[in-house]
Design a binder for this molecule. Structure first.
Ligand code: FEO
Length: 407
């Protein structure tokens, strides 16, 4: 666990976690950081404590003591969000210190009782409520529901103009030696942008309208530092992560990088022949291509790649009168995450009958994805020159359409 002073009287405890399935399902090839913050006035408050994935909170207590915070003398626990990556230590902490007061929203209070047993030392806060810790340290609380659960809030410290944003403005990816935006190398900036896309697409995308509201709330605060629960701290240019999040909201609503992702599957190579042709066309047109063969090991990667691409090609055969199941499952997952408005093309082979396109449209409609499709090409058996020519025309149309979607 790394201990760093991020502003006068405010310490960060940060730890990297690797080889986990985040939320029990997202495989994180580059890990994730968990950040906790300690604000000291005359009284001490811990914001979003962190513990290892092994569930052992003693590491946290030891690190608190090393920054001269006696866990037994902590006055307040600020719970911005009850997901156990931030709250998993609460039950144990009550055994160490049963006198501290938990500060949280009404919805978080309900979750505390259902997750960790009855707790009566809770102060429920509403928009704009404050907590004076003494020595000029005043915290204010700003509920921001559904970023990422209904219980969430932002906490703001006014003397240092620091926003403790928990999941908001976070990113996956473990931190090396550089914890602040002004220390990051160009490669690290790019790394956290990519991991930010993965994080947003995996965890936040479903709640994009609420993320937009949270950004509006952030704009009402005078900010010098954004200190999230995951990823680097922004002290040189907090506006950068706000702008990044605005762009990620646009990705969830159909915009993207000038990239086309081919989500594909092929049983016996008929559809694959058409994909090879499609790749040649895309290469000729100078478009960056992400090719994802399904089923994939990493659903996290699939979501992130589709999410960031302005154009999607779905290339898969009919299987038992429907869309090739691994591809259908991927589109369902993208739909559950409410990634809407993407521009797309479908093509695929069939044997005795089609059906893939029909099911694809049904999935897109049922999930209210509002994807903009150019004409689909469903063909029997191996693609003929005429089919390849139609696919080429479809790709040219797709490229033309995504021009307006690139941000
Ligand atoms: Fe970092 Fe929604 O928990």
């Amino acid at each position: 666990m790394k201990k760093i002073e991020i502003a006068d009287g405010i310490q960060m405890l940060s730890m990297n976690v690797e080889q986990i399935l985040f939320e029990g399902m997202w495989e994180l090839s580059n890990g994730v950081t968990l950040n906790s913050y300690i604000v000291k006035g005359e009284k001490a408050a811990v914001i979003d404590g962190v513990i290892g994935w092994d569930g052992i909170p003693e590491t946290l207590y030891q690190n608190l003591e090393e920054i001269n915070v006696n866990p037994k003398e902590i006055d307040y626990l600020i719970v911005n969000h009850m997901e156990p990556d931030h709250s998993g230590w609460l039950e144990n902490f009550k055994k160490v210190n049963d006198q501290c007061t938990i500060i949280c929203t009404d919805k978080a209070a309900k979750l505390i009782n259902s997750f960790y047993g009855s707790e009566d030392r809770i102060r429920v806060v509403k928009e704009g409520d404050t907590l004076d810790l003494g020595n000029g340290k005043i915290l204010s609380f700003h509920p921001t529901p559904n970023v990422h659960w209904p219980d969430t809030m932002l906490t703001y410290e006014s003397s240092t103009k620091t926003l403790f944003s928990c999941d908001m403005y976070g990113a996956f990816g473990k931190i090396g030696d550089h914890y602040f935006d002004d220390e990051l190398t160009a490669a690290e900036v790019e790394f956290f942008e990519i991991e930010g896309i993965r994080y947003f697409s995996n965890v936040m995308a479903t709640f994009t309208p609420m993320v937009r509201k949270s950004i509006e709330k952030t704009k009402e605060l005078e900010l010098k530092i954004i200190a999230p629960g995951h990823g680097p701290v922004y002290r040189q240019n907090p506006q950068k992560i706000i702008n990044d999040y605005l762009r990620l909201c646009q990705y969830a609503e159909g915009a993207g990088k000038k990239e086309i992702t081919i989500l594909w599957g092929s049983m016996y190579g008929m559809t694959e022949k058409a994909i090879k042709h499609a790749e040649k066309v895309l290469e000729r047109e100078g478009i960056k291509v992400n090719k994802l063969k399904l089923p994939l090991a990493s659903e996290s990667e699939m979501l992130a790649t589709v999410f960031r691409s302005a154009g999607i090609i779905i290339a898969a055969p009919t299987y038992e009168y429907k869309l090739f199941p691994p591809v259908a499952a991927a589109i369902e997952e993208v739909g559950r995450k409410r990634v809407s408005g993407k521009t797309a093309l479908y093509f695929g082979s069939c044997g005795w009958s089609g059906g893939a396109e029909k099911e694809l449209k049904e999935i897109v409609e049922r999930n209210r994805m509002k994807w903009d499709f150019v004409d689909a090409i469903e063909f029997e058996g191996s693609p003929t020159p005429e089919v390849l020519s139609r696919i080429e025309s479809g790709i040219i149309q797709l490229i033309g359409k995504i021009e307006q979607k690139v941000v």
